[in-house]
Design a protein around this ligand. Structure first.
Ligand code: ACM
Length: 560
């Protein structure tokens, strides 16, 4: 079948059309007189050592409490300043010392020496994971946290206050840091970004750069969408054709050579993320959106892009796959997809064994219904993932199909807000990714690069729109609110085929996502937030990142 018809996410086609229209409009506007290249190239800002420290009032996400030490002398950070830390906080202390070029001394409670950066393990600093206190005094920077992630976030706040190239040498004059007392803690435990590496592959180096930025903004979940119709991006020993055959092609080039992560690549990503207190969640999208796996092992599929749910071998295949997945991803979660199965578009109804399964699952006296098969498939995914001692996650269609099992539901369909309460009432936990607020593949401004929006009357997914969002649904009991784990912003990559494009879509919106995930409630006034963002954009620019600046310059960016 033609490759295009494999792209079952309907948004994709819509986007391609509108993107061409946009390209045409821009081409004309810029006097390029054609469709390609869509956007005029501008020279990359020289990767620089420009000092762009973030002022106290512009820290992002905004800390819960910032008390400037008015009248106090600043702290002078130079190469002689040691980093002192107890064993319990050695990880974040070590990485800070390394970043700044300072000596680390593992000393339980030493206050010796002149000026110093001192880590202190203090169980009383906030009850939630990630809480910290950072005090900058004339003779000491004191970081207090109950556990490592909190201490790490304190270091990220400190790094925001420093120029981006803050590695000290004996010859450097050093940096002055303002006296301040910061008390901080996150609101949500789940502060995520999803990166689709299936539609267009994004390699280890790119993923690590995303991780660096996530860490800087205190995000802590990286969800990798590893498989879809356009490509399978993970080497699996038991089923090598998944990557060698399924890895071929991408959304732009169905004939592209195979692109995928090796086991060593994944280990390297996971290690890098773990050092930055980020958990990596693998997603294998099933039973639909599986065209790449179907090209590699058609015997487990319906002849199109959807698994054959009535074949015992299908479940053995998935079980083996999960066995390798848990070896590669030591985190707590596995995402099995479950979205957009659209049973009427599958061949299930023409397959006698699936019809028989549907008949078995449908209440007596009714015609067989495929939605019961969809729910049964999802139920078996939940059971298999639990057998492998991981927590299953699925997109919200799985509960629309009737799944009630203990799992995490990722809500994305903004036109089905009732799914959130339905999941909570069933005792399931929820991650909020409503497409009109969190989908970073959608344009950040009207007529800008990115996917257009179908069905959204609320305008582009702008920074302002993201920060104006209060994610917690109204009317929930306290127990239900606790089951709302947090938010996650997916970046689907049907259009996003280059690092420039990736950066354009992620930055600066990633900082807005972090703000919503971290702050206590919807207190960010959009216009004020945009002002607070300015030095962050300057910093990204100074790093040579293809960050979206503002509406005026948004059309000048490189996408290729
Ligand atoms: C999705 O956007 N299909 C989860």
């Amino acid at each position: 079948m033609p490759f295009d018809s494999l792209c079952s996410r309907p948004r994709a086609m819509f986007r391609a059309l509108a993107l061409s229209a946009l390209a045409l409009a821009l081409g004309l506007q810029l006097g390029l007189g054609g469709l390609t290249p869509a956007l005029a190239a501008t020279p990359k800002t020289a990767a620089a050592t420009l000092p762009v420290p973030i002022p106290l009032g512009n820290l992002l996400p905004q800390p819960q409490m910032v008390k400037a030490g008015t009248g106090q002398a600043p702290f002078l950070l130079n190469a002689q300043v040691p980093v002192l830390a107890p064993e319990g906080l050695a990880g974040p202390a070590q990485s800070l010392a390394q970043t700044l070029g300072l000596r680390l001394k593992l000393a339980p409670s030493s206050t010796a020496g002149a000026a110093r950066i001192r880590f202190e393990q203090d169980p009383s600093v906030g009850k939630v994971a990630g809480a910290y206190r950072l005090q900058i005094k004339p003779d000491e920077i004191l970081i207090q946290a109950a556990e490592n992630s909190g201490a790490f976030y304190a270091t990220q706040t400190l790094l925001q206050l420093l120029p981006q190239e803050a590695k000290l040498t004996a010859a450097s004059a050093g940096f002055e840091l303002p006296a301040v007392d910061i008390n901080d803690a996150p609101r949500f435990e789940w502060r995520g970004i999803m990166l689709d590496v299936a539609r267009h592959f994004h390699d280890v180096r790119r993923v690590k750069r995303v991780i660096d930025n996530m860490a800087f903004y205190k995000l802590n979940r990286l969800h990798l969408h590893l498989s879809d119709d356009q490509g399978w991006r993970l080497a699996i020993k038991a089923y090598p054709k998944l990557s060698t055959v399924g890895g071929r092609g991408d959304h732009s080039r169905p004939d592209a050579p195979a692109q995928f992560f090796s086991a060593e690549d994944i280990r390297s990503i996971v290690r890098y993320a773990t050092e930055r207190y980020i958990e990596v969640i693998p997603e294998i999208d099933m039973p639909g959106h599986s065209g790449a796996a179907a090209r590699a092992y058609p015997e487990f599929f319906d002849g199109l892009v959807t698994f054959n749910p009535a074949k015992p071998e299908t479940y053995r295949f998935i079980d083996t796959l999960l066995g390798e997945l848990v070896e590669l991803f030591p985190g707590r979660y596995i995402h099995f997809g479950g979205d957009e199965v659209w049973v009427e578009k599958t061949r299930w109804a023409q397959m006698p064994e699936v019809l028989a399964m549907a008949q078995d699952l449908t209440p007596a006296g009714q015609a067989p219904q495929m939605k019961f098969v969809e729910a049964e498939f999802a139920r078996r995914m939940v059971q298999l993932i639990q057998k492998h001692k991981r927590v299953p996650i699925g997109w919200d269609e799985v509960i629309a199909a009737g799944l009630q099992d203990n799992m995490i539901v990722q809500w994305w369909r903004m036109d089905h807000p009732e799914m959130v309460l339905a999941a909570l009432k069933q005792g399931q936990a929820v991650i909020l990714s409503p497409s009109d607020r969190m989908y970073l593949d959608y344009a950040a401004g009207l007529g800008e690069p990115g996917a257009p929006w179908e069905g959204n009357t609320g305008g582009p997914v702008s920074v302002e729109k993201i920060v104006a969002w209060e994610p917690m649904p109204v009317g929930l009991s306290e127990a239900q609110q606790e089951k709302v784990l947090g938010i996650e912003a997916p970046l689907w990559t049907e259009n996003v085929r280059s690092e420039s494009y990736l950066e354009f879509m992620l930055y600066p919106r990633m900082a807005a996502v972090a703000e919503v995930a971290w702050r206590q409630q919807a207190q960010s006034e959009p216009k004020a937030f945009v002002k607070r963002l300015a030095p962050h954009i300057a910093r990204w620019k100074a790093q040579g990142v293809n960050v979206r600046g503002n509406r005026e310059d948004a059309h000048q960016y490189r996408l290729h």
